[in-house]
Ligand binder design. Structure first.
Ligand code: PMV
Length: 359
């Protein structure tokens, strides 16, 4: 599929009003997307686990637009009107209008809520933008019932990418690739696809416990961070490394080699933060407790031989990743040892999930 294939040729039906609800999960990257070109094209391919419990539910209700503004919408978070979210949605609508020519025809009431607390340091942009894109695709389907499920999902991912890059990996599950990679058939810079190769049962129901080290707003937005990869002295080596790590993961997913898996994901997390620390201007998003947790995880792994590993997002929180069959011991360790490094001892238990659902 190319960009122009997502422009609908004709809309068969017309509707006056309607309401559509989707619940869409967050995702956690194993190989990180950091650095982008124009139009939200990633500088390197990435792969993620779709999550299960951390999700956003969004309902859009539409009626004919009688306002004299081109885009007419209201947005509510947990029932409270959020005018401060409007500029982001307006920018998103401008970017996707070409692909959804009905956008100006309707007034949209957008009601959204997250399963995770707003101030948890967990970014809601992936689950939020994917849920909104799916709702908009439901409008397109109402107008054009002939579209296939495959097109629906691919275009939802394509639109979500234009809202927030990593959101394109939140439509389906359980392992999603975004960005063209020479060995991954069908991979594209335009949308996420399901990982097409064999995955060992060691990865079934893989756990992700998110340790909330810092619940504050991000000090540096990911947009600023991505842009700092332009002219970054190590950018090209980093992009090459991401391609190589994707390559290595193909055989690791097949063999179920968890020690090799942990090496890749931890290296990816630390490289992401190393890119931030070596950009100009430089910045540090990890907190002292992030490092405490990492050291505790390393000590526990050495002592027990259990397959506990971590990854990081663009923030201080730590995602602890481990196989289901070791979950009892590792959950106890998290409760007894790691929870003390979290704000108010707060952590969220999650696992690999299978994608968004229409409600
Ligand atoms: O989707 P964005 O623009 O918020 O960027 C996300 C970047 C990381 O979360 C750090 C990595 C990733 O691949 O999700």
């Amino acid at each position: 599929m190319k960009e122009n294939d997502f422009i609908p040729k004709a809309l068969d039906n017309s509707i006056e009003k309607g309401s559509f609800t989707w619940s869409s999960p967050s995702n956690i990257a194993l190989v990180k997307y950091w650095g982008k070109k124009e139009n939200q094209i990633p500088a390197n391919p990435s792969i993620s686990f779709t999550l299960d419990a951390c999700k956003t539910t969004t309902t859009i209700s539409l009626s004919k637009n009688i306002a004299d503004t081109p885009f007419s919408f209201d947005i509510f978070l947990d029932g409270v009107q959020k005018d401060d979210f409007k500029p982001k949605i307006e920018t998103f609508f401008k970017r996707i209008e070409r692909y959804l020519p009905f956008l100006k025809t309707y007034h949209f009431s957008i009601e959204t809520s997250n399963t995770f607390p707003h101030s948890s340091g967990i970014a809601s942009s992936a689950s939020g933008m994917s849920a909104l894109s799916l709702c908009l695709m439901s409008v397109e389907k109402a107008l054009n019932p002939g579209i296939t499920d495959a097109y629906f999902n691919q275009k939802a991912s394509f639109l979500a990418r234009l809202g927030s890059g990593s959101a394109c990996r939140s439509i389906e599950g359980d392992l999603i690739v975004w960005g063209a990679h020479k060995k991954i058939t069908g991979s594209s810079d335009l949308f996420g696809i399901k990982y097409p190769f064999e995955v060992h049962s060691n990865f079934s129901n893989y756990r992700d416990t998110i340790l909330l080290v810092d619940k504050g707003e991000k000090q540096v937005s990911s947009t600023v961070g991505h842009n700092l990869m332009h002219g970054h002295p190590f950018a090209q080596q980093r992009f090459n490394q991401a391609h190589d790590n994707m390559d290595d993961l193909i055989s690791i997913f097949k063999s179920g080699d968890l020690n090799a898996f942990i090496k890749i994901i931890e290296s990816e997390a630390l490289t992401l933060h190393a890119m931030m620390m070596s950009s100009m201007p430089y910045f540090i998003l990890m907190k002292p407790n992030t490092l405490q947790i990492i050291n505790e995880i390393w000590n526990f792994r050495t002592e027990t031989g259990l397959h506990i590993g971590f990854t990081l997002d663009a923030g201080a929180n730590v995602h602890v990743l481990y196989p289901e069959y070791e979950a009892d011991q590792i959950d106890t360790f998290i409760k007894e040892k790691l929870a003390q490094y979290c704000q108010n001892n707060h952590f969220i238990t999650d696992k690999i999930g299978f994608g968004a659902k229409a409600l």
